[in-house]
Design a protein. Sequence first.
Length: 352
Amino acid sequence: MFDKSTWIRLPRNVVVGHGVLDDAAAAVEELRLHGDPLVVTSPTPAKVAGDRVVEGFSDAGFDPRVVRIEEATFGAVEEVIEVAASDDVGYLVGVGGGKVIDVTKMAGEDVGKGFVSVPTAASHDGIVSGRASIPEGDTRHSVAAEPPLAVVADTEILADAPWELTTAGCADIISNFTAVRDWELAHRLKNVEYHEYAGALSRMTAEMLVENADSIRPELEESAWIVTKALVSSGVAMSIAGSSRPASGAEHLISHQLDRIAPEPALHGHQVGVASIMTEYLHSGPKGQWQDIRDALASIDAPTTAAELGIDEEIVIEALTTAHEIRDRYTILGDGMSEAAAREAANVTGVI
Ligand SMILES: NC(=O)c1ccc[n+]([C@@H]2O[C@H](COP(=O)([O-])OP(=O)(O)OC[C@H]3O[C@@H](n4cnc5c(N)ncnc54)[C@H](O)[C@@H]3O)[C@@H](O)[C@H]2O)c1
Ligand SMILES: O=P(O)(O)OC[C@@H](O)CO
Ligand SMILES: [Zn+2]
């Protein structure tokens, strides 16, 4: 009878606010999960939040186990799986930046146990999404995973994190403009399924962030609140779409490529922001809205040039000409840019 169906998975509890880290155990208890938590964290996030989360679970009568990871690799995912597979572990709790959260998500998916997302930085929109993205050799796996059962985002901690982590989160959201453009293009050219609602939500999230750019300032808790709200909303758009398409287009392919080839890649959000200036230029030409993207990034202190990213100009050109090979996702890059076209785009937009 129905030729189409959809299954949208969203988090049950999203708790955002000042001091909510201490509500992590309560937010989970409400979900009536069985077993004890496995807290996955990394060195700095452990100090700023992980140890407190473990203590909170202990105080609430749980017996938390802890795995500290150093890198977002398949090795780290295996390390977490080994502990997570134990019968007494009921669910996983990822406390940290995007890499820790992705590793937790992927391990939880593997062992068939849910996970709770406790971001310590408002640096990326994976804090709520049902996607996990891990590099492996020459490629990057972005796989479907369960979205978090709950999200606990303490704005006091997020506002205290280094400012560039917050500007990276803003830039990840601003890049939604070009991601949606790429998605629409892929729909028109390749009949890729497009979700109007997810596309509109993603674009609206970016518009609201830009409208509030004046209130996004260092050490202002209000900023952490605005950015986290946007990150949640963008993650929900991805969950609705069942893909990262609403928030990841050519600008993300370029950033993933930079992660592979740059000796010292910059933050994910910063890279996608700078790449977004160039992909907007590719979409709308020299008089198009690329300057709006650049100005929006500059207004929140995010980088707008290769030099500000700390990445060599030639590496940026290589990323532009090879990013289309990274994954089977049709974008404005088509079947690849020529080197001359890449130089033109990077020059006109002032990225190099
Ligand atoms: N799954 C998704 O949908 C999705 C979405 C966006 C990004 N990502 C992925 O997330 C990763 C990027 O995340 P990221 O930018 O947070 O990088 P990251 O996880 O490497 O964090 C950056 C650094 O900030 C530190 N940090 C975190 N919180 C801190 C705090 N409160 N104080 C001081 N230092 C702190 C971390 O320890 C790390 O050294 C990439 O791998 C990207 O692909 C995934
Ligand atoms: O699927 P990817 O390209 O990792 O994108 C997810 C996220 O970074 C979108 O902001
Ligand atoms: Zn992103």
